[in-house]
Design a protein around this ligand. Structure first.
Ligand code: ADP
Length: 558
């Protein structure tokens, strides 16, 4: 309200005769009205809608409505009761690039002209449905693709409702059509991604499953379904899948462990047997981990189980094989040991028998040669002691007693053995030459065992030269320092040389008529038990060499 003079809180009674009151309306400006109240003159300019002509108000209303209709972020259209379009809102006009008058085409209804803008794949259904609704008066609802002015089709979600008069007769139809193309594209992309993921899940070369936090199965991948012979479409099978697939011997444990994991949230991991579609149980390695939400609550469980049946059987076969091997090795060790005992005891026994005969001969001689008989008797004692030594060593072996390895002068040991074997070598017309490096550091060794090695090697050399024709019959023994950590010994002969060098260490390999084929094998194991190495070589132009090393004690190395 605007007053001609000053702003006051007005009521007619407060206005003096000289005052003029002007009242402005909200809209437009009519010519001011002059009123008289008693003597007082009021000039009042009042403009209110109610006082406008009704057509004008209606026109205003229509304009407002039309603005509103154009502002609606959807397509709005109106059809006659027969389905002839009579109105498109601006948004629809802009989209289609045509207004109602543009649908007036010769020989074609307006509706058909609109249907022309529907995608050819959707047009027939659109027509059918709309026509049916026009006949029955039912609400129309459909998704279809509509061609935009630039020729691009976009998905629409369209609805139409009839407007009825008081008698229920349809007067016209109003249609609303939303552009849902972005939504559809997003949904399609989501579906594509879902399809890709599900393909991936099915392609994983393992069985995958998903459980609710309570342990209810909600998914198994194609591979697992094929393995179990399950129909993935049949959700009832999914509900009971875990009840039937485990081997009876494993089912209880799986249930316990899985149940505990579901309670505690710990990772599940165990091996069990699963029944394949053909009824065969196969070993699986199963694992499952919980997926948690932001608050740490378990949302679901994801499991993976991998077929390890072949691996389990291979391991089982390997275990059985190694058991058999261990048995065989024990048997072989026993055989080797027996042979070794026989071999080691046999040598002094043979010497005792030979010396007993000799002793008998010396005593039976006329006159009896008591001196020689005494010497022979001493040898018998020595050999008997040697046999006793072997036996006590074997007993020590069975008692797991540590071997007596004491620091020994290897050169002295060689000389002793040479003296010990002098009779034998002389009888065979074999010279034993030694080339021993002086001042060799002592070596920790079991003297009886290493003596045994020398005896074996010298005897083999003598026998090899026996078998070979030739005048030179010498065994050369050389000892020398082999680097800072070892002593090397070589026993060389002029015999036949090794005929089958690859096999000489094989137990029971022998080329001799009365050989046992254990000598070199035992020599090598004795040297190896001292931390050394023993090997053979043929000499040029003839003969053989057997060499071995013995390590020096750490304190002896410079
Ligand atoms: P054995 O002497 O009872 O046959 P060994 O294990 O000591 O058992 O020897 C195995 C084989 O190695 C012998 O049969 C022989 O063929 C060969 N051999 C061993 N030493 C020599 C050597 N010095 N010269 C040639 N061949 C040898």
């Amino acid at each position: 309200m605007r007053c001609g003079r000053g702003m006051v809180g007005l009521s007619c009674g407060m206005i003096s005769p000289a005052q003029t009151l002007i009242v402005s309306g909200i809209r437009g400006a009519d010519s001011p009205k002059v009123c008289f109240v008693g003597q007082e003159q009021l000039i009042v300019q009042i403009e209110i809608e109610d006082q406008k002509p009704i057509e004008e108000v209606l026109r205003d209303r229509e304009q407002e409505l039309s603005l509103l209709v154009d502002m609606v972020p959807s397509h709005l259209w109106r059809l006659t009761q027969d389905g002839e379009p009579t109105f498109f809102n601006k948004r629809m006009v802009d989209f289609l690039g045509l207004d109602v008058p543009d649908t007036d085409k010769p020989g074609m209804s307006r509706l058909e002209a609109v249907i022309e803008t529907v995608h050819p794949d959707d047009a027939a259904e659109f027509r059918d449905r709309l026509n049916r609704c026009l006949v029955t008066g039912e609400r129309f609802s459909m998704r279809y693709r509509l061609r935009r002015a630039d020729g691009v089709y976009r998905w629409m979600s369209s609805h139409a409702e009839p407007l009825r008069d008081h008698d229920g007769r349809i007067v016209q139809w109003y249609g609303l059509c939303h552009d849902i193309d972005d939504l559809m594209t997003a949904q399609e992309a989501l579906r594509d991604r879902e399809r890709e993921l599900s393909l991936l899940v099915d392609m994983v070369p393992s069985n995958l499953w998903r459980l609710t936090p309570d342990g209810e199965t909600t998914l198994v991948n194609r591979r697992m379904a094929d393995f179990l012979g399950m129909d993935l479409e049949d959700k009832r099978q999914l509900a009971v899948v875990f009840d039937t697939i485990f081997h009876p011997d494993d089912a209880g444990e799986v249930e316990d462990v899985l149940g505990r994991c579901l309670l505690t949230g710990d990772r599940f991991s165990m091996k069990y047997r699963l029944r394949r579609a053909d009824g065969v149980y196969r070993w699986m390695s199963g694992r499952a981990e919980p997926l948690r939400d932001q608050d740490g609550r378990i949302v679901q469980w994801f499991g993976l189980c991998h077929d390890i049946d072949d691996q389990v059987h291979a391991e089982e076969a390997l275990r059985r094989a190694s058991e058999r091997l261990a048995q065989a090795t024990r048997a072989a060790s026993l055989a080797e040991l027996s042979a070794s005992i026989a071999h080691e005891v046999n040598q002094p026994l043979a010497a005792i028998v030979a010396n007993s005969h000799a002793c008998h001969r010396w005593l039976s001689a006329e006159p009896p040669n008591v001196e020689r008989a005494k010497i022979t008797a001493e040898r018998i004692t020595r050999d008997a002691n040697s046999a006793a030594d072997v036996v006590s060593r074997i007993r020590a072996l069975f008692r797991h007693a540590p071997e007596a390895k004491l620091p020994e002068d290897v050169n002295r040991l060689i000389s002793e053995v040479c003296r010990l074997m002098a009779d034998e070598t002389t009888a065979k017309d074999v010279r034993v030459e030694t080339n021993l490096e002086p001042d060799l550091p002592p070596v920790a060794l079991d003297r009886v065992q290493v003596q045994q090695v020398f005896v074996n090697l010298i005897r083999n050399g003598v026998e090899a030269m026996d078998a070979a024709a030739g005048s030179a019959r010498a065994i050369k023994i050389r000892s020398y320092r082999d680097g800072p950590d070892a002593i090397r010994v070589e026993v060389r002969d002029d015999g036949t040389g090794f005929k089958d060098p690859q096999r000489v260490f094989e137990p029971f390999f022998t080329t001799k008529q009365h050989g046992m084929g254990m000598g070199l094998a035992i020599c090598r194991s004795i040297i190896e038990s001292h931390g050394g190495r023993l090997w053979t070589a043929n000499n040029e132009p003839r003969g053989a060499t057997v060499a071995f090393t013995l390590p020096l004690a750490a304190s002896e190395t410079p």
